[in-house]
Design a binder for this molecule. Structure first.
Ligand code: ARG
Length: 462
């Protein structure tokens, strides 16, 4: 880079301190925006030509130059020089070097402030689509797995204590629901960010006759922003995007935690495929669920980015501040992390097997049918609170000699509650309870089939 190349060398004396050059540069982070920067520049130049601020010939030179630069960057032939600070100045300088005077007109009516705000929105629009596609693939994987276990019952937990019987498919579909909200949250985020800041300049817009609607339309934005100060100052959409990533991480960490527990010998509910396990350098017998543990741990990175992003925004005065340059590192880190977590989670889910034999062998332990028995009593005219007490004492009675509720005689039942009849036995046992769930959205056999069918159809259309 020649010492006269920098766009403001006539204003600032001398050459910047070497440490300052390293400190202020963002090229190492924002190079990945290059396509969006070039697309934005082409739209801007096109508009400048429409508005007769540059000639058609100049437009052609600019476009050709930008296409060449794009190819050079893609092919790894572009020489990045950190003195240019960021991708915007690196591309502009390269353009001027290529096409001369015409290149010097590209920045007419533009600032890096509206430029970067535009680039990051363009990037995020695409990235949201990538994340949504990965979410959908993971949902489909869960639905497929759920289809295999639409009749198998497992214990449902509260406080990680055995609570009530649930169908395995419903358990799996609970993740489809969580991911669906993640999908919609990203859709909402995309809608809010879909306005073009281009033409807002440094902070106040421009005295030139820029046609902001033209650039917005070329770039596929739904609208333009209507306040130049806000448009260059805020990155609320970045915080929102990272928050959406953070919730995906939260949901995946729940899955990871479940399956780490379920794959332990103590549970033995699922088998994580060898392809997603590691072993131990010391203990030859080990099969460790490291991928799940890392999914769980990577949540920390995303939460950290969210806190960082919010802190970067806090207390900044109105207008653009260089603080905002720090947004990208966190936005990119979050999306990269979530992309890989979604991919790995999908791989794991596609190959995980539920050990239904082991699960059903333990299903009649710990009175999973107790709540259903209390509800049976409601059907016989007993007030729920009273029925709850009766079943509580029946459970305590069973525990004395290690029996199950279904092993009590009708006589023993009747001694505690006269309304109990022989049909009580149809209401006991985990499998029959799962078949008797009557409410919409319950974790029962009937609902499992309905919901697998619903999600198969719904996701099939995506
Ligand atoms: N690299 C900067 C960023 O990411 C671009 C905008 C710089 N603007 C300025 N006035 N210094 O925010």
């Amino acid at each position: 880079m020649a010492k006269t190349d920098k766009s403001w060398e006539k204003r600032l004396g001398g050459w910047p301190d070497e440490l300052a050059v390293d400190f202020v540069e963002s090229l190492s982070i924002d190079t990945r925006l290059y396509k969006y920067d070039i697309v934005g520049s082409i739209a801007h130049a096109q508009m400048l030509a429409e508005q007769k601020l540059i000639t058609k010939d100049e437009l052609k030179l600019i476009k050709d130059g930008l296409f060449q630069i794009s190819e050079e960057i893609a092919a790894g032939r572009f020489e990045f020089c950190k003195e240019y600070e960021d991708i915007h100045m690196a591309i502009e300088a390269a353009l001027i070097a290529k096409v001369g005077e015409a290149g010097k007109k590209l920045h007419t009516g533009r600032s890096r402030n509206d430029q970067v705000a535009t680039d990051i929105r363009l990037w995020m629009r695409d990235e949201i689509e990538v994340l949504q596609a990965k979410i959908t693939l993971l949902q489909k994987t869960f639905v497929k797995l759920a289809g295999k276990y639409a009749e198998d019952v497992m214990p449902g937990y509260t406080h990680l204590q055995r609570a009530q019987p649930i169908v395995i498919a419903c358990y799996l579909l609970s993740f489809v629901e969580q991911l669906e909200r993640d999908f919609v949250r990203l859709k909402n985020c995309r809608e809010l960010l879909d306005v073009s800041p281009l033409g807002c300049g440094a902070v106040a817009g421009s005295t030139l006759a820029l046609d902001r609607k033209s650039t917005a339309k070329q770039l596929g934005f739904a609208d333009i922003s209507y306040n130049s100060i806000d448009a260059v100052s805020d990155r609320d959409f970045c915080a929102e995007f990272i928050f959406d990533c953070a919730l995906i991480a939260t949901h995946l960490s729940r899955l990871a935690e479940d399956w780490i527990i379920y794959s332990s010998s103590e549970f033995g509910f699922v088998r994580i495929d060898d392809a997603y396990c590691t072993s131990s350098s010391m203990m030859p017998q080990k099969r460790n669920p490291d991928m799940l543990e890392l999914i769980r741990a990577k949540t920390g990175r995303v939460y950290g980015s969210l806190m960082a992003m919010l802190t970067i925004l806090k207390g900044q005065p109105s207008g653009y501040n260089r603080d905002l340059q720090e947004d990208k590192v966190h936005v990119f880190a979050s999306s990269d992390t979530i992309e890989s977590c979604l991919d790995v989670a999908r791989g794991i889910a596609a190959h995980t097997k539920f050990n239904t034999k082991k699960i059903s062998a333990g299903l009649e332990q710990d009175f999973l049918d107790a709540t259903a028995l209390a509800e049976y009593l409601v059907g016989k005219g007993v007030a729920f609170r009273e029925g709850h007490g009766i079943v509580g004492s029946l459970v305590a009675y069973c525990e004395e000699d290690g029996r199950k509720l279904s092993e009590l005689s009708l006589d023993e039942f009747k001694r505690r509650c006269g309304q109990i009849e022989a049909d009580v036995y149809d209401n006991l046992g985990a499998a029959s309870v799962a078949e008797r769930y009557a409410t919409k959205g319950a974790a029962g056999t009937r609902q499992a089939k309905e919901q697998v069918a619903y999600w198969t159809g719904e996701l099939g259309r995506r």
